[in-house]
Write a protein that binds this ligand. Structure first.
Ligand code: AMP
Ligand code: GLY
Length: 426
């Protein structure tokens, strides 16, 4: 099978790493990919917003299966566009209607309400409803959660403790702080608890539960400072025991898939459910229509069965026949980021230590924001490398990732030294 994977981050590096190992693969292409994927696949240069050009590459490379890594092309309708031209192309990633679960927070909240899926109480307001929005804020207890309705590159959620600040933020959002994404704002109840990322592969009727993971979102140790795309991940986590996961499956996953089917959405792909464990009960914070990053790096390391076979079954609508095999080992990912991230940061710094060999098979360095320069590799993004290890215990996995990271360097290299520490004596 010829496979094309869209994207260039750590998530796509991890998917490429796994798919390249499948007995079903003939040729793997990554678009645009990165220097890490170049070692295991063929990188093809193309802009992900240029659907016509992507279609031409799919023809000329005789692609059988397309995997859309990031959300933007999905929300932009790439799946419908390609299916119209090539009905037999297998595509992992929902059509425009399903992608609204990530592309519009208001749509996602209304979907959850329609299907009785537990989530925070909310209301949505438009620019003309500033007064009503202010009045709704007064009814809530602090902290206040404001969400820009549309895609805002992970920055569209504001949590404040004062109504004055919340009102100010609301005005800024309506004033265009997040462009058109803030034309509508969801205001919701604050959920207090521990977050978990749950992943599902679905063909729109049946589903496979993939390993879950915890993401470390803040830049600073002890969960301080601004939010990032994610500074590390651990899979599995001790608080997601069998009882909790069965509640997640019964109360959230099954009604979500039934809702997708009942509403006739064209949905073949991943569902990433960000949820809060509130005293043992799960509540949905958000849906994403793709894998998480850096969760994906840890998740793929724990999938022992053939992910490409599962993806093919999803695209063919035969997922009910698939069985996933999940490793009992623990996977840990630590992200090395550019100095200054998530604010402004420099690029083009040479990376050394990528060839360091500790003789350990279970460590993989996934490229995220890197570029080739001459015969070397340089930094080219905020999140630069994801160091993932798999071991029998959390402690061993942490030690392996950190040992490996200490051999890698680039100017300004930053990483959290406390990934997974909160779970050690859980
Ligand atoms: P999102 O972009 O929806 O993932 O939100 C970003 C982050 O804001 C989440 O990962 C949570 O940490 C936090 N968050 C979002 N909604 C809520 C909520 N209702 N209560 C508490 N925290 C929230
Ligand atoms: N790590 C969170 C995300 O991928 O959105």
């Amino acid at each position: 099978m010829n496979v094309l994977l869209l994207g260039s981050g750590g998530r796509e590096s991890a998917l490429a790493w796994k798919i390249a190992r499948s007995p079903l693969i003939d040729h793997l292409y990554c678009m645009p990919g990165n220097p890490g994927t170049a070692a295991i696949a063929t990188n093809v240069d193309c802009t992900l917003s240029d659907f016509e050009s992507i279609a031409r590459h799919i023809y000329s490379l005789s692609i059988d299966l397309l995997i859309v890594g990031p959300e933007n092309p999905l929300v932009g309708g790439i799946t419908d566009f390609l299916h119209e031209k090539m009905p037999s192309l297998m595509i992992i990633g929902p059509g425009r209607d399903g992608a609204r679960l990530e592309g519009s927070k208001d749509f996602a909240k209304a979907f959850m309400a329609r299907h009785s899926i537990p989530t925070a109480a909310y209301n949505t307001f438009e620019v003309s409803q500033l007064e009503e929005a202010g009045a709704f804020l007064e009814q809530l207890k602090p902290p206040y959660v404001l969400k820009a309705d549309g895609l805002a590159a992970g920055k569209g959620v504001i949590i404040t403790h004062s109504t004055e600040e919340a009102r100010l933020e609301l005005e800024l959002m309506f004033g265009g702080k997040f462009g058109n994404a803030g034309a509508k704002v969801v205001i919701e109840e604050y959920l207090s608890g521990i977050e978990l990322s749950v992943f599902v592969l679905t063909d729109g009727r049946d589903y496979l539960m993939l390993p879950h993971a915890k993401d470390y979102k803040r830049i600073g140790e002890g969960d301080t400072g601004p939010n990032t795309g994610g500074m590390g991940s651990v899979s599995p986590v001790p608080f997601a025991d069998d009882l909790f996961m069965s509640k997640v499956e019964e109360r959230i996953v099954k009604p979500t898939i039934r809702g997708i089917a009942a509403e006739g959405m064209n949905y073949c792909g991943f569902i990433f459910i960000g949820l809060m464990n509130c005293g043992g009960d799960p509540y949905v914070i958000e849906y994403n229509v793709r894998m998480g990053d850096p969760e994906c790096e840890s998740v793929v390391r724990r999938i022992d069965s053939d992910l490409l076979e599962h993806l093919k079954a999803a695209a063919k609508g035969t997922l009910s026949l698939e069985k996933i095999k999940v490793s009992p080992k623990i996977a840990v990912t630590v992200m090395a980021v550019s100095g200054g991230y998530p604010g402004s940061y420099g690029k083009g710094f040479p990376i050394s230590g990528l060839d360091a060999d500790f003789g350990e098979d279970d460590i993989v360095v996934f490229h995220a924001g890197t570029a080739a320069s001459g015969s070397g590799v340089v930094t080219s993004g905020g999140r630069v490398l994801a160091v993932t290890s798999l071991a029998d215990s959390l402690d061993e996995a942490l030690q392996a990732s950190y040992r490996h990271l200490s051999a890698i360097s680039f100017e300004g290299i930053t990483y959290r030294r406390d990934i997974g520490k909160d779970l050690l004596d859980f």
